[in-house]
Design a protein around this ligand. Structure first.
Ligand code: ADP
Length: 562
């Protein structure tokens, strides 16, 4: 069993005979050097914050990354210093990833959608010395800069001559900085591959955000994995990828590293993540691969339905970050002919842990049998070990029935949180496995099925109801655009599910019709006791349904008949 293998791995024995292979450190600078050596002519296309399109090649990108590396030298940074970015998914942000990490500094991607208090917390906790930010975030940082006294200067990602009026400390223009840095190759330093390369904070659904500090080694290994066939990304030099994922959400799921490693063309949406913009890019750039959270795809589906649009070039759609409803998977597969690959992961896992790429025996399945597999979060990718345990920490069988807390380990899984002993203490078990906070079952052939985040499960009469399942089945009703299930206290059952629904525009579908559709799919006692209709469901800083906000919003909710 995997657990036994891991026990052995956790205690490396002294090697009897050392291998005679080169000890080349795995550094992120290798990735860009490879891209310009062999894929220099491949394009990186950006829908800029400014609104226009920008295109250049990896060779062009590399020249600017070298300039940026030189410019960083002039900012008085020490090795290991954290450099913050507050930026959209753009070519400039890609340049920052490589220049900051490659020079031995740490790129800290600040999620601008966090609450202002959380932003100041993470900037101070990370001890960011410089922050590079898009013009969009200038007013926000102007408000917060006095609470972040260790940030020496702010660099605004704008064209020369387009600097906004700003009170930001030591404000500089990015393009001017690059221009002044001078041309020529950069002599990338060699250092220990375990050196930190990047820092990302979880969105802090409970308590303060927690920092995950990635090393060059973990990043390079995660990226190499992303370029293998069965990985949910599985990039190759023939891929044209549009990551519909913000680069402040676990480094765009690794795409900005994996695309140059594989020589894939990258199409970056900037801040323009609405359905019409994404559909235009998918079409005009002949994108054959895309990845994002379900919320983004709701927008895309709505736009396609309205306009009668098609997705002629897409070969794979990777959906993860939260569970895609079956109705969404079917819509892409059956209405638009795009196979969906489901994936699961998290900030602490760099982020990818499982892949929904079908094995030969699953690829032969048809109809509902195939969808049953696609609805699972898939199987662990090479490098990731998984186990589920009961409340006493005892390993549960992988029989597809037992449901328990999911733990993971692997070379790109966090070993601790950054400067946060209490959070670290709470998250890891005695053997060093990381507790994901997700509750799951695992089938004998390794298909992981996440029932819920443990804090989102609904406890009714001593039994658990999966909010993910309820949402999924509610979305089977064609007039349900988005649905969220939360636990509401109940005098008899402890908790019961409340379903919160956004209806399709113009629809007047009622609770009864939705419950009827769900009744065909779930046991009776799982059915929500009430359905509430809202115009909008709140989302987290990473675009997922925010159960925390919903719980607050419905804190005063009372069951109708009680
Ligand atoms: P956060 O959303 O907290 O900022 P992450 O993006 O790291 O941080 O979220 C990770 C969590 O998202 C996982 O622990 C899991 O609960 C959820 N998640 C990710 N992918 C999936 C998926 N395919 N299905 C269900 N839940 C998922």
């Amino acid at each position: 069993m995997s657990q036994e293998v891991s026990q052995d791995m956790s205690q490396p024995t002294e090697s009897a005979l050392q291998g005679l292979m080169m000890d080349v450190p795995l550094l992120t600078s290798m990735i860009m050097k490879h891209a310009i050596a062999w894929h220099g002519d491949v394009e990186v296309v950006t829908h800029r914050v400014e609104g226009d399109m920008h295109r250049y090649t990896y060779a062009d990108a590399y020249k600017r990354i070298c300039r940026l590396a030189r410019a960083l030298e002039g900012l008085g940074l020490m090795p290991g210093d954290r450099v913050g970015t507050m930026a959209w998914t753009t070519h400039r942000h890609v340049e920052l990833y490589f220049a900051i990490g490659g020079t031995g500094h740490v790129v800290h991607t600040v999620n601008p959608r966090l609450f202002p208090d959380q932003i100041t917390y993470i900037v101070n906790h990370a001890d960011d010395r410089v922050i590079f930010l898009d013009t969009t975030f200038v007013p926000l940082m102007e408000d917060l800069q006095d609470r972040c006294p260790n940030v020496k200067c702010f660099v605004i990602l704008c064209d020369s001559g387009a600097m906004p009026e700003t009170s930001l400390r030591g404000a500089k223009c990015y393009e001017d900085l690059l221009q002044a840095a001078g041309e020529g190759d950069y002599d990338w330093p060699q250092f220990d591959e375990k050196t930190a390369a990047a820092l990302c904070y979880t969105s802090g659904t409970t308590g303060n955000p927690k920092g995950v500090l990635y090393s060059h080694r973990s990043m390079t290994l995660h990226t190499m994995s992303a370029c293998t066939g069965d990985h949910p990304l599985g990039l190759t030099s023939r891929t044209v990828i549009l990551p519909a994922v913000s680069m402040f959400h676990v480094h765009g799921w690794g795409v900005p590293y994996a695309a140059p490693m594989s020589g894939a063309k990258m199409v970056l949406p900037g801040p323009h993540m609405e359905g019409p913009d994404l559909c235009r890019l998918l079409d005009e750039e002949k994108v054959n691969y895309t990845a994002g959270v379900p919320t983004v795809w709701i927008g895309v589906l709505e736009h396609l339905e309205k306009t009668g649009g098609k997705l002629p070039y897409l070969k794979i759609m990777n959906i993860g970050g939260s569970a895609p409803p079956l109705a969404m998977i079917k819509a892409f597969e059956e209405d638009y002919g795009v196979p969906v690959v489901h994936a699961w992961g998290m900030t602490e896992m760099s982020p990818v842990g499982t892949t929904g790429r079908l094995r030969a025996r699953h690829a032969e399945l048809e109809g509902e049998d195939m969808y049953r597999v696609k609805l699972t979060q898939g199987r662990p990718i090479f490098g990731i070990e998984v186990k589920i345990v009961d409340d006493a920490g005892k390993a549960l069988p992988h029989d597809g029935e037992a449901v328990g807390q999911m733990y993971v380990r692997g070379p790109w899984v966090a070993a601790a949180y950054f400067n946060d002993a209490a959070a670290t203490e709470a998250a890891f078990d005695a053997d060093g496995w990381f507790g994901t906070g997700d509750v799951a079952s695992i089938t004998p052939d390794g298909l992981v099925r996440i029932s819920d985040r443990s804090k989102d499960l609904i406890k009714s009469g001593g039994e658990w109801i999966s909010s993910i399942d309820l949402e999924n089945h509610a979305m089977a009703h064609p007039d349900v655009v988005e649905a969220a299930a939360i636990a509401i206290p109940h005098p008899k059952w402890e908790e019961r599910p409340l379903l919160i629904v956004v209806r399709r525009e113009g629809s007047d579908v009622g609770a009864r019709e939705i419950r009827n559709v769900m009744a065909d799919r779930v046991v009776k006692w799982w059915l929500p006791d009430d359905v509430v209709f809202v115009d909008e469901i709140p989302h987290t800083a990473t675009g997922k349904i925010s159960k925390k906000d919903l719980r607050q919003q419905f804190a005063d909710y009372r069951w109708p008949d009680i």
